[in-house]
Design a protein around this ligand. Structure first.
Ligand code: SAM
Length: 333
């Protein structure tokens, strides 16, 4: 109890009331009863959990046994559809974070700490060796690193519009990917909305991990005035997300597929954006990911009633993963 109190004290951050009030209204309407348990997790950072994604390019012999000693177990069932053999990720029910590794030039990191739900879009993308892959909004690079744990793309284009974040992305790639493989990776600083025009029908797979109202971090906005401004500009995000998706569709070869993801619960930025792209692009079809959703339902709490091409992970105590929305689409012609 003493330890828990200490951890609570250390992680006590100031909740931004204006954001909480806004979410309370919107998410009660959209999620019904499920919202109150999600809210309990989002507003209690001392309950947050972190998964440990191992780097297949730099393995330390004692790491897995040390994780097991601390109560970690594989995050995904071995029989899960799309789970590549080399992909190893560990979670545990207890909150807290495994010690992070510092960036050391010339030295590869052995693992990446992340919200386990962030791996679902990557697994849904089902990247195979030799495929040309675009990560449209890539910084800081957690999902880019995860994609390279799954397969060895023919060419892997990681893009990030923001200058500072793009440098962060480069550093992440350097810290995880060794020499021969790093040559497969290109990092660019383009506006993702333009890549479809610049490289039409170029990629087999595209990940659109879109900028969104990041529910977890918005709740702890330090500046209430900035928070109010963000809430007012929230509608513009849906339009940016739609344009990024349209660009991703253009960048796909016929037969290629894309995964769209966000870390918000907001329907306007999730299902509504996907419905709009499906209704406005006649060459795009939904892809069924309900097999994956069933396969991960032990570790993740999913909102029921979603369509077969989408899922929404709801944070819950002891399974504090998400929020994470994932949808998969295919370009047919
Ligand atoms: N995929 C990343 C990961 O797993 O580490 C997280 C991506 S974050 C949700 C969205 C990113 O999109 C932000 O880094 C943001 O700067 C970037 N972004 C915003 N507008 C963009 C645009 N027009 N084109 C490309 N990236 C953009």
């Amino acid at each position: 109890l003493k330890l828990e109190k200490k951890a609570k004290g250390k992680l006590q951050k100031q909740i931004c009331q204006v954001v909480l009030d806004h979410f309370e209204k919107q998410y009660t309407a959209e999620l019904g009863d499920a919202w109150s348990s999600v809210r309990d997790v989002l507003t209690s950072p001392w309950c947050w959990q972190y998964a440990v994604l191992l780097n297949r390019f730099s393995q330390s012999p004692g790491l897995e046994s040390s994780l097991a000693e601390q109560g970690y177990h594989p995050a995904f069932p071995a029989a899960l559809p799309y789970l590549p053999a080399a992909f190893r990720c560990y979670t545990r029910a207890a909150p807290g974070r495994f010690p992070a590794q510092k960036h050391q030039p010339g030295r590869l990191k052995e693992y990446y700490l992340l919200n386990a739900a962030s791996l679902l879009p990557v697994l849904a993308l089902e990247v195979k060796d030799g495929e040309d892959v675009l990560d449209l909004c890539a910084a800081p690079g957690g999902k880019s690193v995860a994609i390279l744990q799954c397969a060895c793309p023919g060419h892997f284009h990681c893009n990030e519009y923001d200058d500072l974040r793009s440098r962060w992305l480069e550093q992440t790639i350097e810290s995880f990917i060794p020499d021969p493989f790093i040559n497969l990776v290109t990092v660019s600083k383009l506006d993702g909305r333009q890549i479809g025009d610049l490289q039409p029908e170029f990629y087999d797979k595209v990940l659109v991990d879109a900028p969104c109202s990041n529910d977890r971090s918005w709740l702890f906005s330090a500046d209430p005035q900035q928070a109010v401004l963000r809430l007012m500009q929230r509608k513009e995000l849906s339009s940016l997300q739609f344009q990024l998706l349209r660009s991703a569709v253009q960048a796909l070869r016929p037969g290629g597929s894309l995964v769209y993801s966000t870390c918000t619960l907001s329907r306007a930025e999730n299902s509504d954006v996907i419905s709009l792209i499906l209704s406005s692009c006649s060459n795009v079809m939904p892809v069924d990911i309900s097999g994956m959703a069933r396969g991960v339902s032990q570790e993740f709490t999913l909102l029921s009633g979603m369509q077969q091409h989408e899922l929404l992970v709801l944070p819950e105590k002891g399974r504090a993963w998400g929020p994470m929305y994932v949808a998969k689409l295919k370009k047919v012609s």
